[in-house]
Design a protein around this ligand. Structure first.
Ligand SMILES: Cc1cc2nc3c(=O)[nH]c(=O)nc-3n(C[C@H](O)[C@H](O)[C@H](O)COP(=O)(O)O)c2cc1C
Length: 338
């Protein structure tokens, strides 16, 4: 309700400015003790997945809180899990501005942020200070200036630093805004990233006494044959789960002409169909062997339910929050509880 009142103000500001302002206000409110309680969830909403228990199946998608600065706020909005990042080994500024665009007529967003973040050491220090009430995923990536051939070292460096604090780790191989990143989703490149992480997972689970699941986040723009190969590889590599999907580089004719030609990843309503089809195909190919977190274009109860019907175990939100506000989380969880 209150979001309907402040949305026109936020939308009157530059999108990135309003994003940073919102995170800044949430952080200040946390310092004043505003987010000390979390809504109680009926036990019927609880989901077991990747060996973790989620109080409800609706999570925050990566990219909204790249540095893990507002985790208590997300928890108190009623999310059943929170994914922070993408974080890279070293801080980086990201692409030049403007790099974030709202398309209100389409309830969509185009972004080419380029993994702007304060680096993994900062994120780890932030996360260590929070009282946690639901699973926390940490999404990792490579620095832009790390050559693709050395990408495995970046993923491994982040993995080692976040392992002790994360409930799951997402390997982001699908952002369209880091040159060449999506090529890491395939064949030998994929194996060169994942095998060292799986070896490290085994070593660290021995020393720390907890096995942190590894998930891979994929693009919605894969051909059917490519998707099949990736799913087979992920099963073969014993990856614990998959996140489908990231943003798309495809554009359709209905997009607001003013922004349709902006480069970057498109998210929100126009992504819903294609992204849900990817979920359906993965589920047909892998069944319960590869649990799916579905993300892409969810802005209502019906869309969330469609993701579950397509085979998702859990669902994440991002662009829907920009247009509907955080009340969307309660709206969906309350409907699922009925
Ligand atoms: C501004 C913006 C930044 C994003 N940054 C990241 C990111 O750093 N890492 C990532 O894995 N996904 C990132 N995403 C993708 C979202 O996590 C999500 O996969 C995508 O937006 C589709 O969901 P939606 O339609 O609900 O927004 C970003 C999305 C947006 C809109």
């Amino acid at each position: 309700m209150w979001y309907k009142l402040i949305r026109p103000l936020l939308f009157a500001l530059d999108p990135e400015f309003s994003h940073n302002l919102t995170l800044g206000v949430l952080e200040k409110l946390h310092q004043c003790g505003a987010f000390s309680s979390v809504p109680l969830m009926p036990s019927s909403l609880s989901v077991n997945c990747f060996g973790l228990t989620f109080p409800n199946p609706i999570g925050l998608a990566a990219g909204l809180d790249k540095n893990g600065e507002c985790v208590p706020a997300w928890q108190s909005f009623g999310f059943g899990f929170v994914e922070i990042g993408t974080v890279t080994p070293r801080p980086q500024a990201g692409n030049s501005k403007p790099r974030l665009f709202r398309l209100p007529a389409n309830e969509a967003v185009i972004n080419r942020m380029g993994f702007n973040n304060k680096g993994v050491d900062y994120l780890v220090q932030r996360v260590a200070s929070y009282k946690r009430t639901c699973p926390l995923g940490i999404n990792i990536g490579k620095n832009k200036d790390t050559p693709l051939e050395a990408a495995a070292q970046d993923y491994l460096a982040c993995f080692q630093k976040v392992y002790a604090l994360a409930d799951y780790v997402t390997v982001n191989l699908s952002s369209p805004n880091t040159p060449g990143l999506k090529s890491l989703q395939h064949g030998e490149m994929l194996r060169s990233i994942i095998i060292p992480l799986k070896n490290e997972q085994e070593r660290l689970s021995g020393t720390l006494g907890k096995k942190v699941p590894i998930l891979v986040k994929i693009s919605p723009d894969l051909e059917a044959e490519e998707l099949k190969l990736i799913v087979n590889d992920l099963l073969d590599l014993q990856i614990e789960g998959i996140i489908a999907t990231n943003t798309t580089i495809k554009r359709d004719a209905t997009l607001m002409p003013r922004y349709a030609k902006e480069e970057g990843g498109l998210s929100g309503k126009p992504l819903f169909r294609a992204s849900t089809e990817v979920v359906r195909k993965i589920h047909q190919l892998a069944g319960s062997d590869l649990p799916i977190i579905a993300v892409g274009g969810v802005s209502s109860v019906l869309e969330a339910k469609e993701k579950f019907a397509a085979g998702a175990k859990l669902v994440q939100l991002y662009s829907g929050l920009i247009y509907q506000g955080p009340g969307l989380v309660t709206e969906i969880t309350q409907a699922l509880a009925k």
